[in-house]
Write a protein that binds this ligand. Structure first.
Ligand SMILES: [Zn+2]
Ligand SMILES: [Zn+2]
Length: 134
């Protein structure tokens, strides 16, 4: 099956073939700061399975061997490569899929760097939209 996705503005579109190797929710500090979000979902595929079908992502060297690819127009984070740690593999940010509900995550990873309050967020009050305004 072909899985499709893209950035927020639509300048970058991609397609991946086959089944993902794993879907993890990463709590590392690099992902957090890069995304500006408490955690980032990553779907791993063989890098040959990924085709960028529209536009050209920009690569940012986020660590010695890590490369984060993002949309130069809207800033959406898209792909992560690390030829040292993850040779011939690509991680793609699962929230950029056209249907991010389709492939549930299997694990939390890098929880050694997780924000302390993240482990209890499921206990917070929830609202369909926003809390009532006083
Ligand atoms: Zn974009
Ligand atoms: Zn991470």
């Amino acid at each position: 099956m072909a899985i499709t996705g893209g950035c927020h503005c639509g300048a970058i579109r991609y397609q991946v073939e086959g089944d993902p190797i794993v879907h993890g929710l990463c709590h590392c500090a690099d992902c957090r700061r890069s995304a500006g979000a408490p955690m980032v979902g990553w779907l791993m595929f063989p890098s040959a399975a990924l085709k960028v079908t529209k536009g050209t992502p920009k690569a940012y060297k986020s660590s010695e061997h890590g490369r984060r690819h993002f949309c130069p127009d809207c800033g959406s984070g898209l792909f992560y490569y690390n030829e040292q740690m993850l040779p011939d593999l690509v991680d793609l940010q699962s929230a950029t899929l056209d249907d991010p509900n389709a492939i549930p995550p299997q694990a939390h990873i890098q929880v050694a760097e997780r924000l302390g309050w993240m482990k209890d967020v499921h206990t917070l009050p929830s609202f369909d939209r926003y809390p009532p305004m006083g």
